[in-house]
Ligand binder design. Structure first.
Ligand code: FCB
Length: 429
């Protein structure tokens, strides 16, 4: 049930926004170079509905209409991603130039993410050199957009890109390397650090990263369950946050990474202006249960969280775990934790009268407010997503938008949640 109490008041200057990513909305695939996602979706059976993102939301051609939707919503900021393969094509930066101008004219702060999983085809995160190439590309984008952009995000969710794309093979590039995927994590972190330096050298300020995080709950108090959950927590949370915020890998991990790890960590730990957190749900984890998960024998098993509603993605709705996550971060990282932005939070539900999404967002805003009350310095919140879009291996079968997209006609229709979020923002103003 959606409570009728208004969402509590957030501090003045709190940044309200929505998020999207290039590959999931842009379309116009023929006007850019190919990415690992294009190659992946061309392989039969990789995307549940057999679709591709060749057209997606046709955003490259309809961006003015989409910026008008942002203005109507009243958000202060829009997080989008820049497609590296588009920037690699002739005139590829022109689109982001126009989009940035359109956002600025509408009074919406552009917040570009430089990598949201669409690696140019031919590049490989197992290669160290990809990190240096990423930093050079970041500098090119900063040279072009830097006069209008004051908030930059280097990478989106290197943990998911490592795990889903390279360890388990359910996302592009579809590698099933299991623990041999660890260099992919290290090279992305190195790419992040080199890009922070390159962006600052180009005069950019306001630089952060967007990492996926969620509490890991042991399936029981049994030591084998606790140990398995602790290991999962290292792989999904600490292996990314510790190097960035503490300048070291969790015990046992650094020795598995390639190259001069100590020297790389000094780059990776370059101070950040903010730390972006993408939060969806906690995970319950226990000892291996004897069955294969994701087609592999893993040293842990992901268990169901009982007694909670689930979204169309099957993800449990647990708003208070966002408070737990953020207060836990504050306790672990202390003053090393820069101001936090919630760079993604949202849910998949069908339908225009999406009361379940309103309940989800309402609950998470209250949980976020509790984290602020507990002393966590959170400066902004971005809903995933503005538009229904291409949800990776789930194709168009999961609708995360505040705005419905009819993929046959490209017609946009604001959902009930769009009106609700607009009213929340007005009340906060
Ligand atoms: C996140 C991704 C984003 C979107 C949401 C639902 O992991 O960053 O692109 O797919 O999940």
């Amino acid at each position: 049930m959606v409570t009728t109490n208004p969402v509590p008041r957030f501090p003045a200057g709190f940044l309200w926004g929505v998020s999207t990513s290039a590959h999931q909305i842009e379309g116009s695939a023929g006007t850019r170079e190919r990415s690992v996602w294009d190659a992946f979706t061309d392989r039969p059976g990789r995307v549940s509905d057999g679709s591709t993102a060749a057209v997606a939301c046709d955003h490259c051609r309809r961006y003015r209409e989409d910026v008008a939707l942002l203005a109507g919503l009243g958000v202060g900021a829009y997080r989008f991603s820049v497609s590296w393969p588009r920037v690699d094509s002739p005139g590829g930066l022109d689109f982001y130039d126009r989009l940035t101008d359109e956002l600025c004219a509408a009074g919406v702060r552009p917040v570009p993410t430089l990598f949201h999983w669409d690696l140019p085809l031919g590049l490989d995160w197992r290669e160290r050199d990809t990190a240096a190439r990423f930093a050079a590309y970041a500098a090119r984008v900063a040279d072009r957009l830097g006069d209008r952009v004051s908030t930059w995000i280097t990478l989106n969710e290197p943990a998911e890109h490592t795990l889903l794309g390279h360890a388990l093979g359910v996302h592009a590039p579809g590698e099933r390397l299991l623990f041999d995927a660890l260099p992919v994590a290290h090279h992305q972190l190195l790419a992040h650090g080199l890009a922070v330096r390159a962006l600052r050298a180009a005069g950019a300020t306001g630089i952060g990263i967007a990492n996926s995080h969620g509490p890991t709950w042991p399936a029981s108090d049994d030591p084998t369950d606790r140990e398995a959950a602790g290991f999962y927590d290292v792989l999904l949370n600490r292996m990314f946050a510790d190097p960035l915020l503490l300048g070291r890998y969790p015990d046992g991990i650094g020795g598995l990474m390639p190259g001069d790890v100590a020297a790389d960590l000094a780059v990776i730990a370059e101070p950040l202006d903010f730390y972006g957190v993408n939060y969806y749900a906690p995970t319950r984890v226990g000892a291996p249960a004897g069955e294969r998960q994701f087609g592999a024998e893993l040293p842990f098993s992901v268990r169901r969280i009982e007694g909670r509603p689930v979204t169309d993605s099957g993800w449990p709705v647990v708003p208070e775990a966002l408070t737990e996550l953020l207060t836990g971060f504050r306790a672990r990282y202390g003053d090393r934790l820069p101001p936090v932005l919630i760079t993604e939070n949202g849910c998949a539900y069908d339908g225009l009268d999406d009361q379940a999404r309103i309940a989800y967002l309402d609950g998470h805003l209250r949980a976020l407010h509790e984290a602020l009350a507990a002393g966590v310095d959170v400066r902004g919140y971005f809903v995933w997503s503005l538009l229904d879009n291409f949800e990776w291996a789930e194709g168009y079968t999961r609708r995360f938008g505040l705005v419905h997209v009819d993929f046959a006609t490209q017609r946009r229709t604001p959902k009930a949640s769009y009106g609700w979020f607009r009213d929340v923002l007005r009340a906060q103003a």
